[in-house]
Design a protein around this ligand. Structure first.
Ligand code: HEC
Length: 200
């Protein structure tokens, strides 16, 4: 027993598991958390509730299991964008490959000549409260030329907001564009934006 305990780590304590609500929520906030948690983990998309014709997965939790990270079998593929001039394959299904389809339809394939990348799902536990980090703090940490020589060249990603997204407090826009936060390339402005893209 003793030697087994050395090799096999014990399971985490309840308050160390990250898929639950944060502390101190009101009853109404807990209710919203429960609804979102169920939609994320339990809801299965079907043609009856809007899946298809092309699709990638039938639930959020199938990629972000336990609200956590994915693995090599839950990657998604985006194609057609090589630089800031935009995606030249939007008419052919870009940017995201819908590699599965409901019966009677063909899944998409990466068009000839398109570059592509695979993305592994990140954790969804919200440890950084990213939506609450002020633009000023992001700008203060930006280091595009890596002048401090730590090997990290953080570059804020400014982009145009979709019409349904409201700007965050104290936003510092540049030429009509706003600093985005979520996703591997900070391509989504807030959680609503990221979630709309994910459902779509
Ligand atoms: C096929 C796998 C897959 C499915 C299904 C999926 N995601 Fe993701 N998710 C990803 C990947 C990959 C990323 C990071 C890539 C990106 O958007 O830049 C991501 C990123 C996110 C992020 C941003 C996390 C961060 O810290 O920036 C959120 C939030 C999220 N997903 C929510 C959802 C929701 C809600 C659903 C269901 C509607 C969903 N995801 C379904 C793969 C998936």
């Amino acid at each position: 027993m003793v030697s087994c305990e050395k090799i096999i780590p014990s399971s985490p304590k309840e308050d160390e598991i990250l898929d639950g609500p944060v502390e101190g929520l009101s009853y109404e906030q807990l209710r919203r958390f429960a609804l979102g948690d169920a939609a994320f983990n339990n809801e299965i998309f079907t043609p009856e509730n809007g899946l298809g014709p092309g699709f990638v997965a039938t639930s959020c939790g199938s990629c972000h299991a336990g609200d956590g990270k994915g693995h090599p079998f839950t990657t998604l593929v985006r194609f057609g964008q090589t630089d800031e001039t935009g995606n030249k394959f939007l008419e052919q299904g870009g940017p995201q490959l819908q590699n599965r389809a409901i019966p009677g339809y063909k899944p998409e394939q990466i068009p000839a000549g398109a570059t592509f990348s695979k993305f592994t799902p990140p954790a969804n536990t919200g440890l950084g409260f990213l939506e609450l980090v002020a633009d000023a703090d992001i700008l203060a940490m930006a280091d595009p030329q890596d002048l401090d020589n730590d090997g990290i060249s953080g570059i804020p990603n400014y982009a145009v907001l979709p019409s349904y997204v409201q700007t965050l407090n104290n936003a510092i826009p540049l030429k009509g564009k706003y600093i985005h936060r979520f996703g591997k390339k900070a391509a989504a402005y807030n959680l609503l934006h990221q979630t709309v893209n994910a459902y779509n």
